[in-house]
Design a protein around this ligand. Structure first.
Ligand SMILES: [Zn+2]
Length: 322
């Protein structure tokens, strides 16, 4: 591993959860592509390791594998541009060749990648999975070879061995497919895998379909968002939605007062002065989908339990103790 690689691994390490150096040329952390185990927050199955002089990334949970360069790119396109630039300088100057400025393409590609897959409603297993949860199967797609299809969109998996079927949750931005999530059909060890085709694009489901002038509800998952009008779902980061034109967000978190991560995120939202749904104490289900299956009118429960400021704090304190 050269100095540039080690410098940039240092720079991106702040973005990686539970990052640690195992030994020279070997780093371990929670995989940012699959999110690693949702149940066990201490699992770390993402690795950066040396192959001869180069560093590679691999996750032993979702199987994603790529060069260090592509891994940095998937985390931060800006840092990646600097990385490419420094590598280029390093390679050229050491050998006495002419230093030429690398040409960067800052423009996003203009072509429109097509989604060449059948709808989830056209596959019996995918259709059953979604309809058992009362989810509209026409809103999603299906592939029986997730790794191979992912690679046709963006090189993500070195090997397509042990390929598997998944429901495809498309992430569109301005009529362009910018990424997707694959949801396993069975009890897979990795429920969701997120692949971004365009790293600068928002990791948000439903952004192409909301009116941004009115309240936009932000749910935890894409499937949950299909039950609430004018809603989107964050697929990974909890980030800033303002930069995608949403000025009136209403955050809808899962109903899990025992989950410290969710409690912390609701607290942060209230502290930022933004609107949040605090579930009333007659609702016992942990997420929107379960509420729908239990027969609740989730749309009206959501609309009548939006709080901010002091009222949100009071409600939140009561909810935490339920
Ligand atoms: Zn992974």
């Amino acid at each position: 591993m050269d100095l540039v690689d080690s410098k940039y691994i240092g720079l991106i390490s702040a973005r990686l959860l539970k990052f640690k150096k195992v030994k020279a040329d070997l780093y371990n952390f929670r995989c940012p592509i699959c999110g690693d185990s949702q149940k066990n927050k201490s699992k770390t199955r993402g690795y950066l390791y040396a192959v001869k002089a180069d560093m590679n990334f691999r996750c032993h949970n979702c199987g994603a594998s790529m060069t260090l360069s592509n891994f940095i790119k998937s985390l931060d396109p800006v840092i990646h541009k600097q990385y490419v630039f420094e590598r280029f300088k390093g390679n050229k100057t050491g050998r006495g060749t002419v230093v030429e400025e690398p040409k960067f393409n800052f423009e996003a590609p203009k072509f429109k990648p097509k989604l060449d897959l059948p709808k989830a409603s056209e596959n019996s297993a995918a259709k059953k999975y979604l309809e058992d949860r009362k989810i509209d199967a026409d809103k999603f797609y299906y592939t029986d070879k997730f790794k191979a299809w992912s690679n046709s969109q963006k090189k993500t998996f070195d090997s397509v061995k042990y390929d598997e079927p998944r429901i495809i949750i498309p992430l569109f931005y301005k009529d362009t497919l910018v990424g997707f999530q694959g949801r396993s059909l069975g009890p897979s060890k990795v429920k969701y895998i997120t692949v971004m085709i365009n790293d600068d694009a928002p990791k948000i489901y439903g952004l192409d379909q909301v009116g941004t002038g009115t309240p936009v509800y932000i749910t935890e998952g894409p499937f949950d968002s299909t039950f609430i009008r004018n809603s989107i779902a964050m697929c990974g980061s909890d980030g800033d939605v303002g930069k995608w034109g949403i000025s009136t967000p209403v955050w809808v978190y899962d109903n899990e007062p025992r989950n410290r991560e969710i409690v912390r995120r609701i607290q942060d939202t209230i502290d930022r002065g933004e609107k949040v749904v605090i579930w009333p104490n007659n609702i016992h289900e942990k997420d929107i989908n379960d509420m729908v299956l239990a027969g609740h009118d989730v749309q009206s429960v959501v609309e009548s339990n939006v709080y901010s400021g002091l009222k949100a704090k009071l409600r939140f304190n009561t909810w935490k103790r339920t």
